[in-house]
Design a protein around this ligand. Sequence first.
Ligand code: LLP
Length: 428
Amino acid sequence: MDAFEYRGKTLFCEDVRIDDIISQVGTPAYIYSKNAILAQYHELEIAFQDVDTTICFSVKSNSNLSICKILAEEGSGFDVVSGGELFRAIKAGGDPSRVVFAGVGKMDREIKYALENDIFMFNVESVAELEHINKLAEEADKTPRVALRINPDIDANTHAKTTTGKKENKFGIDLSEAEKIIKQSARYSNVDLCGLHVHLGSPIYTVDPYVRALRKILALIQNCRNEGLDIEYINIGGGYCISYTGEKVIRPKDYASKILPLVKEMQCNLIMEPGRFIIGNSGVLISQVIYTKETIHGKKFVICDAAMNDLIRPALYDAFHRIWPVNASIKMPEVENPDKTMVKKGMELVDIVGPVCESSDTFATYRALPKVKEGDLLAIFSAGAYGFTMSSSYNSRPRACEVLVDGDQFRIIRKRETYEDLVRGEDL
Ligand code: LLP
């Protein structure tokens, strides 16, 4: 389904006009579609149903309690990387026995908290961490399941800042070291080493990097079994792509058709950790134009009330997000047209920027946009993943509110911060 679509000249989320929501909640505001989230989740579930699969929603992509609750109610597990994310998953109604815990720097207090809650599995990223988990498990009289996160040294062709499976990255354990740990697994008698994990980066637009990684891991599983270690779980991480431009991209069934045969050959249960795929295109950020300005050099700026503190992806990764007026007399093209010479009548080439005092506070440079004026609303698309979760109050800007739409209903699922919220906890 297309959760966000123009009906006539105005943008809707499901059956609600975006401008109706904004007249009640103000800007900037994140708006999510419940039914888009469910549709994406089910598409993955169906594509991978041929093997025993646990989908663990990656909480870092969007950790709002109401969003996590929707997924918990569908039976989703959760991929967490901190005690705080585990707290959120549980608070949202998530079942701790369906939680996997990754991250290179798990602290003792976080490991203890996860042990107390009997999470499903730790994805272990170093020998030092394995030693800590083993010791803390003994003290807690528990035997947690553990997967070794493998760094297979594979380039997933993502932005350099979101690649995680190359040998120079801090993540995971390289294959030869994993072999050593496996040979010495008797040392770690307080853990149940029963899984292997890999996460290559994000977003990944082809299935090939997954296939290459799984082929490397297949050989390792064989070696484990020769050592008497039964590897029951293969966790292939997240990274499944979404379209940011309107262009067609590969879908879960395309990933599954190449990944499932390998998982079957491994005779393992599958765990996956999608974040962006489920929530990325299920959310938009709505902002209002404050001013327009044209320099004497002919450069045009649209200055809006959302900024890099609300959505940092363009500043941090040069990420592309489609932007279009909520009420537009010119139709948004199906696919973003990169050809700047094709700017139609009624449109202009502008930089879309926020009010923060940094030049990196730019959502789009030299972008073809229908002419807008003060007070107009702009939709920044594909903002559901790594939007709000990466937001901050930089420049002492209260963080945006979040809204959930379900059919013809909507409700605020996180209030807009106030000035008082900004200073809460500070002492004079
Ligand atoms: N599993 C692990 C171990 C991860 O580190 C991540 C993301 C995921 C799963 C989920 O990946 P996804 O399915 O959402 O692609 N802030 C960046 C993305 C960073 C991803 C970090 N790890 C962005 O805005 O593009």
